[in-house]
Design a protein. Sequence first.
Length: 268
Amino acid sequence: MESYTILKKCGRVPVLANIPHSSTFIPEEIRRSFLISDGQLERELLLLTDRFVDELFSEVYEMGGVLVKYNYSRMVVDPERFENDEDEEMAKKGMGAIYTRTSAGRTLRASPDRKEREELLERFYRPYHRAMEQEVEELLGEFGRCLILDCHSFPSVPLPFEPDQDPERPGICLGTDAFHTPAVLGGATAEEYFKNRGLRVALNKPYAGTYVPLRYLGKDSRVFSMMIELNRNLYMDEKTSQKPSSFQSMRKVVGGFVHSTWIPTLVF
């Protein structure tokens, strides 16, 4: 199975939704390398997976943008971490590109040797990044610009490994980059949209930054990006991972954000 799925159609617009953490799928051979019980694994997947984010941001595809979804759990290999542990802050907690610790700091699996690490990265990590770079390249060639929406969710209660332990969490976290997030998107425009719908919004809290493929990071000002993090208590039961009645309402809010934000961003 490919490490990613790409959804796109005719009538295109230069918007790309990056969805790296919504899958729970773990191949059996990877599961055998884990040192936790099935019950512990289910609990970890409940805590770490951005469930249903691909559905919440499906309007990007419907409006003619590109949706790229990682097909494996982040516990297999996390495509949003830097490949080299030396560059990745979370590697100090055993949660770099290849997790060796759980969210509570328990041993998840033995640290892979150099050969095993290379095989994991080549199979699960690099194809996803090559696909993202290719999609951005195509949009730049067609439109001369591209907006990446880095799509995530977060638990309503901080997990032990998270740097920000403030229990007062917003409904929406918007992550920005000084080079790649234009003021019209990262400033009042996006915040105002969600606040007008009764949601508490924070900028770069509890998470900061946004995804840009390394080929373009800090180099190409035609590539815009913003991270959108949704508090899971807005759209799911965090204890059961079931969808409550509020799910469709939140999907409409996110869809409205997609439509209201990308136009001024790309024509300014």
